[in-house]
Design a binder for this molecule. Structure first.
Ligand SMILES: [Zn+2]
Length: 335
């Protein structure tokens, strides 16, 4: 029955990147309370610790310097500490008065879980060699002052949970098959944690200790309709993106993320001939966003964002080259 939605063949395989989510927790608007906490944290645990650590390193390398100079430098550090502390007090009162967003002055997210001491010291897997070919690929975000992509930490599994509520029959096989293709192409190890009743939210927190314990929240894969999530309206069959945070070094790493799949669009695809491969490719596309791939204009890539009567159902050379790079990100033991 035609309910006004596009027929499967008219569906242009056009999944939208959710721009809010693509930028992750780092630049979201913070509440007044969060801004205050962030101001306190950035001064107490961030800047001072970094300055003190720098100081200690310098002390070790210059042991021959005279005690007098050492005390002078310590005095200077004390002055610096006092200046930073007084700046913090002034800044907090400014925040209280004006509500100025600290998101513009710090790149650290508000909430970090304790350091994950179970993380491997070396990558859990490596991607296969990048293919030859001139297919296009693009990253959702690159590191500051570099063309390197913001990626997931390959020393830890990409944990994910699925809310199967409303999912079409066969959804688990679709997700499993798509996850496997992303894992093979990136070398990233994916770990299915559990089902969840968490639903899509535009401002999903990457750290939800009440729901998921004192770890980064697993990536969420969920199903919904355009009535529940207007972002799925029109031709949109899915949404997806990572949640990157900043490490102490200023480099970014994805720690969580989310994928939303349109129940009606999938039912429609699965009811058409050959629709299973196409539906799986849509999940691949959204998982491609989850690991950091952006759209391309090349119609031979799964990350193509335009309409096509015959969209690819397997990665193209550009997809694979991008996924190769996304599997070779740095490990971030401090995140
Ligand atoms: Zn997309």
């Amino acid at each position: 029955m035609n309910d006004g939605r596009p027929e499967p063949d008219d569906d242009p395989f056009a999944q939208l990147l959710d721009p809010e989510f693509a930028s992750g927790a780092v630049v979201r608007e913070l509440s007044a309370e969060e801004r205050l906490r962030a101001a306190q944290r950035s001064v107490r645990s961030g800047e001072l610790q970094i300055r003190l650590a720098d100081e200690q390193a310098q002390q070790r390398s210059i042991q021959r310097r005279s005690r007098r100079r050492k005390w002078l430098r310590r005095g200077a550090l004390m002055v610096l500490v006092s200046l930073v502390a007084s700046w913090a007090i002034r800044y907090q009162s400014n925040v209280e008065r004006s509500g100025t967003s600290i998101a513009q002055t710090t790149s650290r997210p508000v909430n970090f879980p304790p350091v994950d001491t179970s993380a491997s010291k070396t990558p859990l897997g490596v991607p296969p060699p990048a293919p030859s070919g001139d297919g296009e690929y693009s990253f959702m975000r690159t590191q500051p002052d570099s063309a390197d992509p913001v990626a997931w930490d390959p020393c830890r599994p990409v944990r994910y949970v699925v809310n199967w509520d409303g999912a079409p029959a066969g959804a688990q096989e679709l997700v499993d098959a798509a996850v496997k293709r992303v894992s093979v192409a990136t070398g990233l190890v994916f770990q299915y944690d559990s089902t969840t009743d968490e639903t899509w939210s535009n401002d999903r927190e990457p750290f939800q200790p009440d729901r998921y314990g004192k770890k980064w929240a697993p990536a969420l894969i969920a199903w919904s309709t355009d009535k529940q999530v207007p972002g799925l309206g029109g031709y949109i069959a899915g949404l997806g993106g990572p949640a990157p945070v900043s490490s102490q070094s200023g480099q970014f790493v994805s720690v969580s993320g989310k994928v939303l799949l349109d129940i009606e669009a999938f039912n429609s695809m699965l009811a058409s001939p050959g629709g299973e491969a196409r539906a799986r490719a849509v999940v691949q596309h959204e998982l491609g966003h989850l690991v950091g791939l952006d759209h391309v204009a090349d119609p031979h890539q799964v990350m193509f964002s335009g309409g096509s009567s015959d969209p690819p159902t397997e990665w193209g050379s550009g997809d694979l080259a991008g996924l190769h790079a996304l599997g070779k990100g740095d490990c971030f033991p401090d995140v």
